[in-house]
Ligand binder design. Structure first.
Ligand SMILES: C[S@@+](CC[C@H](N)C(=O)[O-])C[C@H]1O[C@@H](n2cnc3c(N)ncnc32)[C@H](O)[C@@H]1O
Length: 271
């Protein structure tokens, strides 16, 4: 007997998440991509393969090796709880080198957030969307001591670790799993960060980024795009991303400032 679309989707979900690499990813995102692939592909096997490919492109590709969160938790316990301690900052930089996106930012860490956000400092509430390991940059951000830091990404193991990080350093923060193509956090904040993520959202749903920018309850949104691909190619990318950003903000009466955010194409939106 043929299985129903719901049964097929659940079978796809079990097969995809049987691989460790995808087991921590938001079930909402896996099911969303899976349902589209089941509709497009000839059979379950092809749909599973294409779902895994897409999850790799939007998530796993940035984590070349599995991130050793349980070892990091042990490491965290032995660290002083002062975020500005030199040993702490060295450890955070080493951890950030395990995610391709924050690894790229390490050399400019001392000035990049001051350059981009200094004019609205001190930051008192931050919503870090599709955060990766970016919340570990907090010691280098022009933030108030009691800043409220909310972060989300598609990985449960990553957001779990970030919650331990917030707790250890007594940061007023929380991290949670969220597929931004389906759910838009509704926290009212001073600044939302949407760094290097629009191309990932576009791969799943071309309408998601426009809805997201419009629905965020943030006074400022710092948006950036990567200046080159993970493979190092950069030809035409900046121009294409600037065109994409202009499409996304067309018709809105927001104040937009192109920012100096070395290595990334960045814009500050003031709503
Ligand atoms: C290029 S990385 C950027 C990470 C971080 N914002 C930074 O700049 O360092 C893209 C991030 O988007 C996350 N991501 C991909 N698709 C997502 C989705 N649908 N919803 C939320 N996060 C997503 C990935 O897990 C990854 O951490």
């Amino acid at each position: 007997m043929m299985s129903s679309p719901t049964e097929q989707l659940e079978e796809l979900f079990s097969l995809v998440t049987a691989a460790d690499k995808y087991a921590s990813i938001s079930p909402d995102l896996i099911r969303e991509i899976g349902a589209k692939e089941l509709a497009k592909r000839r059979n379950l096997k092809e749909a599973v393969k294409e779902t895994r490919n897409k999850l790799h492109q939007v998530g796993s590709a940035y984590q070349e090796k599995p991130i050793p969160y349980s070892a990091w938790l042990d490491e965290l316990k032995d660290l002083p709880n002062d975020l500005h301690d030199e040993q702490v900052k060295t450890t955070l930089k080493r951890q950030m080198s395990m995610h391709a996106s924050t690894a790229e930012r390490l050399s400019i860490l001392p000035h990049v957030f001051n350059d981009a956000l200094g004019s609205i400092a001190p930051l008192h509430s931050i919503l870090d969307l599709a955060c990766g390991l970016n919340p570990l940059c907090l010691p280098w951000m022009p933030a108030a001591a009691e800043v409220e830091y909310t972060a989300c990404d598609i990985y449960a193991d990553m957001t779990g670790y970030l919650n331990h990080y917030f707790e250890h350093f007594k940061i007023n923060g929380s991290a949670f799993v969220c597929d931004l193509t389906q759910t838009i956090p509704q926290n009212s904040v001073q600044v939302a960060l949407l760094l290097k993520t629009i191309p990932c959202l576009d791969q799943v749903d071309k309408n998601a980024a426009k809805h997201l920018l419009a629905a965020l309850k943030a006074k400022y949104i710092l948006v950036s795009f990567p200046a080159h691909s993970l493979g190092g190619k950069s030809k035409g990318m900046l121009q294409n991303y600037e065109t994409r950003f202009n499409q996304l903000t067309e018709g809105e009466s927001w104040k937009i400032t192109k920012m100096d955010f070395t290595g990334e194409l960045a814009f500050m939106i003031e709503k």
